[in-house]
Design a protein around this ligand. Structure first.
Ligand code: SF4
Ligand code: SF4
Length: 119
């Protein structure tokens, strides 16, 4: 989606009850991109068999903390679920005040910390 280029990546934050599901193909694609083995991807970046670790604010471990846009640091090798979302529908994050209210403060805090500004 073209509008993803101008978005801080709301969908890269874990919400209660949601999970980013990874496949073996996803893991192998990341391994080749990062120049490490599938096993190393699993041990370094996965929380369990099926999903990434997240940072304390719930953001994906691969999300850059210091940018407003293009925050996925493995964009070329991102998982299929990230590629497909929002499944040719309007992005729910850009239409739901509730979703934005949950995530926008986390994004602002991340940027303040990365840029050395007080909370
Ligand atoms: S899918 Fe939606 S929330 Fe995710 S980057 Fe694109 S516009 Fe932002
Ligand atoms: S892999 Fe990239 S696009 Fe997918 S959730 Fe993580 S930061 Fe977002």
């Amino acid at each position: 989606m073209i509008y993803c280029n101008y978005c801080p990546g709301y969908c890269c934050y874990r919400l209660e009850g949601s999970t980013l599901l990874l496949t073996a193909t996803d893991i192998n694609r990341m391994a080749r991109h990062l120049g490490i083995s599938d096993g190393e991807v699993r041990s370094r970046y996965l929380e369990n068999k099926y999903t990434f670790k997240v940072k304390t604010d719930g953001s994906c471990i691969f999300q850059a903390p210091d940018r407003m846009t293009k925050r996925c640091t493995i964009h070329e090798a991102r998982p299929d679920q990230c590629r497909r979302f929002p499944y040719d529908k309007p992005c729910p994050y850009l239409h739901s005040e509730d979703l934005l209210a949950q995530i926008q403060p986390r994004i602002e805090k991340s940027l303040h910390q990365a840029w050395g500004k007080p909370d």
